[in-house]
Design a protein around this ligand. Sequence first.
Ligand SMILES: NC(=O)C1=CN([C@@H]2O[C@H](COP(=O)(O)OP(=O)(O)OC[C@H]3O[C@@H](n4cnc5c(N)ncnc54)[C@H](OP(=O)(O)O)[C@@H]3O)[C@@H](O)[C@H]2O)C=CC1
Ligand SMILES: O=C(O)C1=N[C@H](C(=O)O)C[C@H](O)C1
Length: 256
Amino acid sequence: MSDPVRVAVTGAGGRMGREVIEAAASRAGVTPAFAVNRSETAAIAGVDVEPAGQLSELLTTDDPDVLVDFTGPESAVRYVEACAAADVPVVTGTTGFDSSGTERLRAASREIPLLKASNFARGVAALRRAVREAVAAVPAYDVEVTETHHNGKRDAPSGTAKTILGDIESVRTDLDERTHGREGEAPRRRNEIGVHARRAGDVTGEHEVLLAGNRETISLTHRAGDRAVFAEGALDAAAWLVGRDPGWYDFDDVLE
Ligand SMILES: NC(=O)C1=CN([C@@H]2O[C@H](COP(=O)(O)OP(=O)(O)OC[C@H]3O[C@@H](n4cnc5c(N)ncnc54)[C@H](OP(=O)(O)O)[C@@H]3O)[C@@H](O)[C@H]2O)C=CC1
Ligand SMILES: O=C(O)C1=N[C@H](C(=O)O)C[C@H](O)C1
């Protein structure tokens, strides 16, 4: 039997970082290598959490097979660049990158295998396929995208909503305007997609695409039941990424 894939984790003290460490510690075929966090954090699932400032040193001394990052856009770019310098592949689920951050990730992906996905739930991959098909089947219908997340989420709209918007726009090229909420005199234009971001309580993550004609509606919705769904998908991606050529990968590559 082959050795388990040794997975390093950044953002270990965060909602997703904890989930990834716990999943890696309990699942066959992978094992936590080391974990780091910006602020001091107690051990998780028996894995000590080191200061994030030690990441570059740990990448060299510990030599993990792959690193999984769920942090914030600024830190994720720095961590990916540290991994590129140490020749360690990265899976990042972090969302909210601006164009300069994305460009720096693209540059790193010329040095190492880099897999970036806004959502590691297999059901969201299925939702995206269903949305592309439904949007193509009713080409004149109005389209609105609504996402709902917990009150601790920082970026809006969610990375997944942006990915789904890109999917819709790739099929409906006439929809070239994203309208983020409406207020006051705001009649709907034919070329717009309405985008709505709700933040409430501890909702893990919900995405709905509403397609409406004049006498019927279609609603396609994904609801994540817990964060283990994302952590398991990220570990599937991590195991898949080890040994790949440098390049830019997404979760669909893993699922093919
Ligand atoms: N692709 C997917 O399937 C999913 C993606 N996500 C995305 O993952 C990211 C993290 O989400 P979540 O775990 O809920 O967030 P949390 O706020 O719970 O955790 C964020 C983690 O990142 C660290 N961090 C944040 N900013 C910085 C910084 N500037 N420098 C260093 N460390 C930093 C935090 O450190 P500290 O403890 O010191 O604050 C913490 O460990 C988000 O972008 C979210 O959208 C979330 C779920 C699923
Ligand atoms: O921050 C979260 O929680 C989530 N973020 C991702 C996103 O921005 O799409 C994925 C998931 O919906 C949970």
